[in-house]
Design a protein around this ligand. Structure first.
Ligand SMILES: Cc1cc2nc3c(=O)[nH]c(=O)nc-3n(C[C@H](O)[C@H](O)[C@H](O)COP(=O)(O)OP(=O)(O)OC[C@H]3O[C@@H](n4cnc5c(N)ncnc54)[C@H](O)[C@@H]3O)c2cc1C
Ligand code: SF4
Length: 335
């Protein structure tokens, strides 16, 4: 790893100013949460900043705050394990997404903002030996190469799958992401936070250089139901092959404002609009969930080695809908 200067900012505002000042002086500088992803990339020579601005010891934006209407603000520095244990009852989709990510040791350190801003796991992107489109090269090497873990939707330009499980749940829950920058912060819908490669090939989110995530806001409409499920190759820690999060409002037995979001399948958490339209306004049962799983495949463009993911996407959407409805999905342990 290249040597770097570690900056300990006094406040979030100071952190944002330090990042801006470095940019003006043409010094490369990166924000760091727990560092579980950033330091990996530095060790792999995927990234070699001159400065690291360490947010981890800041005391603000590090807790969960509930409001009187059941809504919630989650500080950028809250860990995945805190979210997993604190939000099971209110926001099970987010709690389960955080609980299933990585290993207990990583979840105890990893921050929610770091999870949302982590870079893709595409092996061509991570390896210092390859210069693909995302690193300024001329082509996506995965499309004609080793693409078994790559995107089956929206993969025309760059076929990464977005790595954040929490992001899948936050898009399903229609969360808002609050940012801070020297020129003023913004409030972004989670769905607008993540950007497609066609919008920016060099980034996976809408943050401007030096802009920081400070808080994630969730509303809890009456009757909110949500769930997250994933399918992975091995049952110990592993990245999902396919995952999904759903949410809706239960109204007179029917599902309203349905959101179905697929993960590990596209460069951004991917809304399955055809499946949402199919389920909207109906009572969810096993037959409807199975049809929604099939509808979720609309628009899929699998690559040479990843068509095996399609039945997994259908299955995980079906299972997630049934889980949110409190119905068995056939994978339960026998009593
Ligand atoms: C073996 C393994 C398995 C894993 N499996 C999963 C999985 O199944 N699902 C999943 O979702 N994740 C998984 N992960 C990834 C893990 O969840 C991330 O490494 C972790 O969430 C990153 O959080 P962090 O605080 O350490 O971020 P850091 O490593 O500190 O930062 C990551 C990125 O976010 C940026 N950043 C950090 N904080 C901010 C902020 N406040 N504002 C703007 N930018 C910021 C940094 O600059 C950096 O680019 C896995 C990791 C490993 C090693
Ligand atoms: S999927 Fe994206 S990151 Fe991977 S090789 Fe293609 S352009 Fe590069």
């Amino acid at each position: 790893m290249k040597s770097f200067e570690r900056i300990q900012p006094k406040s979030w505002e100071d952190a944002a100013l330090r990042l801006a000042a470095a940019r003006e002086k043409k010094i490369s500088s990166e924000a760091k949460g727990a560092g579980t992803e950033l330091l990996d990339r530095m060790k792999e020579y995927n990234l070699a900043p001159d400065q690291v601005v360490d947010l981890r010891r800041l005391t603000s934006h590090s807790s969960l705050q509930r409001n009187s209407s059941g809504g919630l603000s989650i500080g950028a520095l809250v860990t995945l394990s805190t979210i997993a244990s604190a939000l099971k009852a209110d926001f099970p989709a987010l709690a389960d997404a955080c609980e299933g990510a990585a290993t207990p040791q990583i979840r105890n350190a990893a921050t929610l903002a770091g999870n949302l801003c982590q870079r893709p796991r595409c092996w061509y992107f991570r390896s210092a030996e390859f210069q693909c489109l995302k690193k300024g090269g001329v082509e996506c090497l995965a499309k004609s190469g080793e693409n078994e873990f790559h995107a089956v939707f929206g993969n025309n330009t760059c076929a990464i799958v977005h790595p954040s499980a929490a992001g899948v749940a936050l898009v399903a829950l229609n969360a808002r992401i609050e940012t801070l920058a020297p020129g003023g912060g913004r409030m972004l819908a989670a769905a607008d936070f993540f950007v497609r490669p066609e919008v920016d090939i060099f980034a996976e989110n809408a943050l401007r250089p030096g802009e920081l995530v400070v808080e994630i806001h969730l509303e809890k409409p009456q009757g909110l139901r949500s769930a997250y499920r994933k399918i992975k190759q091995k049952q110990s820690f592993d990245w999902p092959l396919a995952d999904a999060a759903v949410s809706w409002r239960a109204e007179g037995g029917a599902a309203k404002d349905v959101r179905i979001v697929i993960g590990s399948s596209a460069p951004v958490p991917f809304r399955a609009k055809a499946a949402e339209a199919l389920v909207e306004g109906k009572r969810i049962d096993a037959a409807l969930a199975a049809r929604a799983g099939q509808a979720a495949l609309e628009g899929a463009t699998p690559l040479g080695k990843n068509a095996y993911k399609l039945p997994m996407v259908a299955a995980v959407v079906r299972r997630t809908l049934l889980a949110a409805a409190g119905l068995p999905d056939g994978t339960e342990e026998p009593a």
